[in-house]
Structures are given as C-alpha cells and as structure tokens.
Design a protein around this ligand. Structure first.
Ligand code: PLP
Length: 398
C-alpha cells in the first residue's frame, strides 16, 4: 500500500494522508501507483458528481482547451456567459459571479451582503451564522464557521459573525440587531457530520429575514448540484433565498464555484469584486456540461431514488450491527456509529479497497458520485459489513 517511487516531504504537511498515490480515476473507482483499485465513496469530498474523469467533462475540457483558456476577466467569454445563463434559468436567482473555490464564493457572498448593508441598511455588516457551520478556510470564512477547532486559530478573526443554533429560530431572532444584514447557512451542515436544517426551519428563517429586511444566504457548496435529489438543497423547503453559493460538484471535478444573487441583492459596483481566473472559459465549459446533464428531471429523480436505496441499505446495515441513525438527504448521508470507531472504520475500509470519510469520531459520511450504481452500493455495503464485523469482534475480544 506504499508507493516507493514518490517522496512526500516536499508538500506542506497540512493533513494526515495515507501513503498512497492515486494515478487514475474512472467513475466510482480510483487506482493507485501500485495498480490497486479502490471503490470511492468520498469522491473528492462530494466534488466528482459524475464520478472520476467522466468523459462528458473530459471532452468538454479537451475541446475548450484547444479553443481558449483565459482571455482575462476584463473581457467576456462564451462559456461563462452560457453557464451563467443556464444557472439563472435553472434557479430562483438573476445574476452570477464565478470564483475558483467554495471559500472564495462565500467570501464573495459575505462581501455582497456587507455591500448591501452599506447601501441599504445604514452600514449593517453582521452576518448571523450557525454553530457547527462550515464555510471555508479563508480568514473571513473561517470566522463565519461554527467549528470549535477553528476558534483558537489565526486570531484575531474577522468580526461580525454571531452564531445561532441550527433549527432554533429563537436563537436567530435573539441575535438580530441594528448591525445585522444577513443570515447564512448550509441547508445540510456537511462537514459537521450531515446535520440537516429542517424544511420548517428554512421556511421560518425565510419569513423572519424577509420581515426584518435581512438577506438569506444559502451555502450550497456541498448540497447544491443535485446532491440532495433536487438541483439545490433549499428547493426541498420551497424557499427562495437572496444569495446562494455553489462549489464542489458544479465543476464535476475541476475548480469552479459561484455566487448567485437575486437582482435586488446583486449590488456590487465596478471595482468591488474581481478574480484573475474567475469565470475562465476552461472551467465554465466543464460547468456547463455538468449543469446541462444534472438539470434533466429524470437525472434528478434518479439521484433521489439512488439516495433512498443507499439510505435503506445503510439502515439495514445499522440494524445488523446495532449502530445509530442514518441522516441526510439524497446522496449526502451520514451513518451514526454509536461509538468513536470512525477513524478505525475508515482505515480498515481503506485496507479493503474502499474510501470512506468520518467527519466526526462517531459517524461516517457517504457522498458517492451522483451516478453511483446499485452494484457499487452493494459492493460498498459488503465491504463495510465485513469491516464492522471485524471491529465488532475486536471489541468483544478486548
Ligand atoms: C467544501 C465547502 C466549502 C469550502 O469550499 P472550498 O472549495 O474548499 O473552498 C464551503 N462551504 C461548504 C458547505 C463546503 O462543504
């Protein structure tokens, strides 16, 4: 399982990684430098919505690479115009700004809200976010996170992000003051361990923010692009937010992200926002084929059905091994393990050729490609079954 031809020490050691080097991806599978094959239920952290190196995306990239890479963001290019129009046509928003990463999209949303506050709310700048929230790793987005481990890091943080509790509307109401301009949340808190905002809470939040003249920002970087069985997660609640951010799945595996806003909220003026690579034709060409594919109603219905299949299999597995609940929606699901064996399950599964993620010590998060097949789900469940039996037996011996 080691790849002796590679040295690892020239990369900054910012996270624990197994000493495997992946060299090839194909749909639900990865291959390492030693030729070993892995079934992937992480998929670049919910990035590869159509699996690894899907021909649709590879062909769009190859074609666009020969046409035009980057004319400069100071000029229009065709793929960004087409993708913006397609996003607007498929959502409740009117205008799009493209970025290169999710954190950068959230930075854009934060700046847009602060601009709105400066123009319309007497300089209000506070954005209410939530305990457990994850919005990225730039300084402002880390400040917006409700992740305990981030609290002592890189002080002082960017001010203006008071934290409320998810699914507790009174906790939001209590934080609203003269400086408040917006409320920002993930429809399902992904990094925190797949904790959904209820549809009821999202509707209450929309009503509250509308009544107080505040913007509602949904961070759909993980929940957007079909992940929950609808194109965007907030659609389940039937609400229309003011601002939405997209990332991860929008590029089908390449770095692309976006801020979408209604006409009323879209208030940047010349000079307020910009990015060298933002909206470059190469990434937007990939985004366009991904969106055109996902926006088909039968594709979304298929994702919802696959999600129910995976959920049912996880529930049966949980019952067999005496584990906890299955949470989430569509193909963003968590399995509660009931005890802190997440890291052990991930390590054992890796040995058996399965990539899994444990966002917390006592839970697994499953975020396969949106076109994952029944066979691949069965294969994942079979491996996980063996791993859990092994770990259960180990516990009995210990
Ligand atoms: C991954 C993620 C981000 C950050 O995106 P990056 O592309 O890593 O900057 C922000 N918000 C949510 C909800 C995410 O899942």
């Amino acid at each position: 399982m080691t790849s002796p031809h590679y040295a690892f020490d020239a990369l900054m050691d910012v996270t624990a990684r197994p000493s495997i080097v992946f060299v090839k991806g194909d749909g639900a599978f990865l291959r390492d430098a030693d030729g070993r094959r892995y079934l992937d239920f992480v998929q670049g952290w919910a990035v590869n919505c159509l699996g690894h190196s899907p021909p649709l995306v590879a062909d769009a990239l190859a074609h666009q690479a020969r046409q035009l890479l980057t004319p400069s963001p100071a000029y229009y290019n065709a793929p960004s115009l087409e993708l913006a129009a397609a996003l607007v046509a498929n959502s409740a928003f009117d205008e799009v700004y493209f970025t290169n990463s999710g954190a950068e999209a959230n930075e854009g949303a934060i700046k847009l809200a602060r601009k709105y506050g400066a123009l319309h709310r007497g300089g209000a700048f506070e954005i209410i976010t939530f305990d457990g929230a994850f919005h990225g790793r730039t300084l402002a987005t880390m400040s917006a996170c409700g992740k305990k481990a981030f609290e002592p890091l890189f002080e002082p943080k960017v001010p203006g992000f008071p934290k409320a509790q998810l699914n507790d509307i009174a906790s939001v109401e209590r934080l609203i003051g003269p400086n408040t301009v917006a409320v920002m949340l993930e429809p399902i808190q992904g990094e925190a361990g797949v904790w959904p905002a209820t549809d009821q809470f999202l509707r209450e939040l929309r009503a509250l923010t509308a009544a107080r003249g505040l913007l509602l920002i949904v961070d759909e970087i993980q929940t957007g692009m079909g992940r929950t069985g609808k194109l965007f997660g907030h659609e389940h609640a039937g609400i229309a937010p003011d601002i939405m951010t997209l990332g991860k799945g929008i590029g089908g595996g390449v770095p692309l992200a976006a801020v979408l806003a209604t006409a009323a909220a879209s208030c940047f003026e010349h000079g307020d926002q910009g990015s060298t690579f933002g909206g470059n034709p190469l990434m937007c060409a990939a985004g366009l084929v991904v969106l055109n594919h996902l926006a088909q109603p039968d594709v979304l219905a298929g994702i919802a059905a696959t999600g129910r299949l995976l959920e049912g299999e996880l529930q049966r597995l949980s019952a067999r091994h005496g584990l906890g609940e299955v949470r989430g929606r569509g193909l963003l699901l968590a399995l509660e393990l009931g005890r802190p064996i997440g890291a052990a399950v991930v390590a054992e599964a890796l040995r058996d050729g399965l990539l899994l993620n444990a966002p917390r010590p006592d839970s697994l998060r499953l975020m396969p490609a949106l076109n994952v097949t029944r066979e691949e789900i069965n294969q994942m469940i079979a491996i996980l079954d063996v791993v859990l039996t092994r770990l259960g037996a180990a516990r009995c011996v210990a």
